[in-house]
Design a protein around this ligand. Structure first.
Ligand code: GLU
Length: 466
């Protein structure tokens, strides 16, 4: 039987529901997917042949608008997956207080098999189909990058949308755009950056680390990353910069392990030069990259696809912390096995929320038509200069040029985005930790409790349309 992702999401929901004080009918409504659209369309390939492409867009919840979530290009895309991922978006946005409903899109293609112009035609046609049915728009449903898509595709989506809806707010119809097209600085790195902030926060709680038999802080922790796409790469980069050892890397084509750690940038260079990470001279190579997940480490970061840690391999996973950078990497049964071993799972619907958090900032920027920092940066600098001059006058001592230059720096967009993301991840982690502690739950169930409570409150305040 093929994998049923939405069923797994709902198993997690059901574990949390008893801790939420809400009418059973309302819980059922929150759980279900509000709308899903399946479209097929033809595209003409460069060689003149015609192919049928399947695409989906799901809007799991409309308790807040717009619905929000990425578009994935993958041969595994199907309705069940898109609905499950849209549901995760609902809960993820609620956990980090991003005021959106949950959405997700999927196009069933392997992007590597198409030329750039073919991908452009697929993306534009898919967007056009979404427009026709009202499944895209700054106030309705706002896509973003996901597995197999990036800023380039988001640029095509914006252009297609704006050609048909040339309104002043059209830029807010999609996030993760190139900066030149209304994107925001820091969006590309955002999911990996959020994973880093979340795990750094988890590792800062001395008692929690003691319970795991680990020291406090990130320094020296041994990390294995599965997937070196956008999310995996940036997560690994920030962990390495914070003093962690990247001991294992698993990619679709093979894996690497070295208990002494390896340099991420060197691995990336080797990958670019040879077309595979396998054969990198600074580590042992594995043909079956799934074996790498089972090697010794402190933190395992699944940053690829769903259903990677399941009943088949869960009891061989040794990591003390599972950092769910991907959506749905651990099945509910695997979750139980890992939990019983006493490891800490930092769940997807919190940990990878950095992407949508910065998407929210991008959307705000688009609707307000001004870059963060543009109005106040110079003013901040002038105020700080005045404060420094007053301190110098009062103390009779001069402040060195180097120190004063550092102090008078006003914040630009990148700083503001980064601090907004850092704050979001820290605040949400402690909220979940508190729910976990108060109810003796695991963090995943605590995240669902937090999310379901917030969605239920929104329904409760707005009432149900007659
Ligand atoms: N695709 C990302 C996710 O799964 C980002 C979604 C967004 O920015 O809307 O969270």
């Amino acid at each position: 039987m093929s994998y049923r992702f939405f069923e797994d999401v709902n198993t997690n929901f059901d574990r949390a529901a008893p801790y939420v004080d809400a009418e059973p009918g309302l819980l059922e409504q929150i759980k279900r997917c509000n709308s899903v659209y399946h479209v097929t369309f033809p595209i003409k390939k460069d060689d003149g042949t015609i192919e049928t492409v399947h695409g989906w867009r799901a809007e799991h919840s409309h308790h807040k608008l717009p619905a929000k979530g990425g578009i994935r290009y993958s041969t595994l895309a199907n309705e069940d997956e898109v609905v499950a991922l849209a549901a995760l978006m609902t809960y993820k946005c609620a956990v980090v207080d991003v005021p959106f409903g949950g959405g997700k899109g999927g196009v069933k293609i392997d992007a590597n098999n198409y030329t750039e112009s073919e991908l452009e035609r697929i993306t534009r046609r898919y967007t056009f189909e979404l427009i026709k049915k009202g499944f895209i728009g700054p106030g309705e449903d706002v896509p973003a990058p996901d597995y197999g898509t990036g800023a380039r595709e988001m640029g095509w989506i914006l252009d297609t949308y704006r050609a048909i809806n040339p309104s002043i707010d059209a830029e807010g119809c999609v996030t993760g755009k190139p900066v030149e097209l209304g994107g925001i600085r820091g969006r590309t790195e955002a999911t990996g950056r959020g994973v880093f902030f979340g795990i750094r926060e988890a590792c800062s709680h001395a008692q929690d680390m003691k319970d795991l038999g680990l020291t406090t802080g990130l320094e020296g922790k041994r990390v294995i990353v599965q997937g070196l796409g956008n999310v995996g790469y940036y997560s690994a980069k920030y962990f390495q910069e914070a003093g962690c050892l990247i001991v294992g890397i698993a990619e679709a084509s093979g894996g690497l392990y070295n208990e002494k750690g390896m340099d991420l940038e060197n691995v990336m260079t080797h990958w670019k030069e040879t077309g595979a990470i396998k054969g990198y001279p600074g580590a042992e190579s594995f043909k079956d990259s799934r074996k790498v997940l089972e090697m010794d480490c402190d933190i395992l970061v699944p940053a690829a696809l769903e259903n990677q840690i399941n009943e088949e391999n869960a009891d061989r996973i040794k990591a003390k912390i599972i950092a769910e950078a991907a959506n749905g990497p651990t099945t509910p049964n695997a979750h139980n096995i890992i939990k019983q071993r006493g490891a800490l799972i930092v769940p997807d619907n919190y940990l990878n929320a950095g992407g949508v958090t910065v998407s929210y900032f991008e959307w705000l920027k688009n609707l307000s038509h001004v870059r963060f920092g543009r109005m106040d940066r110079r003013n901040e600098e002038n105020m700080m200069r005045k404060v420094l001059t007053a301190i110098e006058d009062a103390s009779g001592n001069g402040i060195s040029k180097k120190v004063s230059e550092e102090l008078v720096q006003g914040s630009d967009e990148k700083d503001i985005v980064d601090s907004g993301l850092e704050d979001t991840m820290i605040v949400a982690y402690n909220e979940l930790r508190e729910i976990r502690r108060a109810n003796n739950l695991d963090l995943r169930t605590a995240a669902y409790v937090s999310a379901i409570r917030k969605v239920a409150v929104a329904y409760d305040r707005q009432g149900i349309f007659p």
